[in-house]
Design a protein around this ligand. Structure first.
Ligand SMILES: C[S@@+](CC[C@H](N)C(=O)[O-])C[C@H]1O[C@@H](n2cnc3c(N)ncnc32)[C@H](O)[C@@H]1O
Length: 215
């Protein structure tokens, strides 16, 4: 049996559009966005610039820009094809958003940011980096670039702690995410949501959780 996961071709415009058309916000996915917006609005951030790692087609960005009027936004991604889709979706907010091309594995993405972030967010992206070491590196880079009081919120596909199935290497357990956030120096590490959890019938699109850490 194949490990639970998916192969992507995010640089291919047709593939990117097809992915965006299939992965529309459902009620459960919307609950992940709600958890992230709640966190961003329930505390005083050190500044109002929000950076998203892996902006993709812009579904999370649209929620944040619509619901939090005072923030500026920066979408990091390595895919021009995804930027084209996001730009169209977010056209009404063009004055509040910048797009920064970087590979989260190979580039020093923190050095490319247009201004210091008050929060770094991500949804369904970091597992695509292909393994725990790359996720840990991104957590460390985020910790280093966020000022005191800054917030990291990562909603991503996980392997349930109790699963007996093989998962692709980027889908790690919630416990590992929490350990890695603490090891990177985040405090108040918390699991905010655990959505579409299905230990016995895992697919490439269920089992995702949202983790928070504060600098
Ligand atoms: C599932 S999409 C993100 C969806 C997005 N959060 C939303 O709400 O619409 C994952 C994104 O991560 C990007 N990505 C994957 N690996 C990457 C890497 N190594 N560096 C930068 N971006 C990457 C892909 O191009 C894709 O746009």
């Amino acid at each position: 049996m194949q490990p639970i996961g998916a192969q992507h071709d995010f640089h291919n415009p047709a593939y990117a559009q097809d992915w965006a058309d299939r992965f529309v916000p459902t009620r459960a996915r919307q609950a992940l966005f709600d958890a992230i917006v709640d966190q961003l609005t329930s505390r005083a951030l050190p500044n109002t610039h929000i950076v998203e790692l892996g902006i993709g087609p812009g579904y999370l960005a649209l929620e944040i820009l619509r619901r939090i009027p005072g923030v500026s936004y920066e979408g990091v991604d390595f895919s021009e094809a995804m930027f084209a889709i996001a730009r169209a979706r977010l056209a009404d907010f063009a004055g509040r958003i910048v797009y920064t091309q970087a590979d989260l594995i190979r580039d020093d993405w923190t050095a490319r940011l247009s201004q210091p972030p008050g929060a770094i967010v991500s949804t369904w992206a970091l597992h695509d980096l292909g393994g725990e070491a790359h996720i840990a590196a991104v957590y460390q880079q985020a910790r280093a670039v966020l000022p005191s009081g800054g917030l990291l919120l990562n909603g991503d596909f996980v392997k349930p702690n109790e699963s007996k199935f093989a998962y692709e290497p980027g889908r790690i357990t919630p416990s590992r995410h929490e350990e890695m956030l603490r090891a990177a120096g985040f405090r108040d590490v918390a699991r905010l949501a655990y959505l579409e959890k299905d230990v016995e019938n895992p697919t490439s699109a269920n089992n995702y959780a949202c983790f928070a850490g504060v600098v």
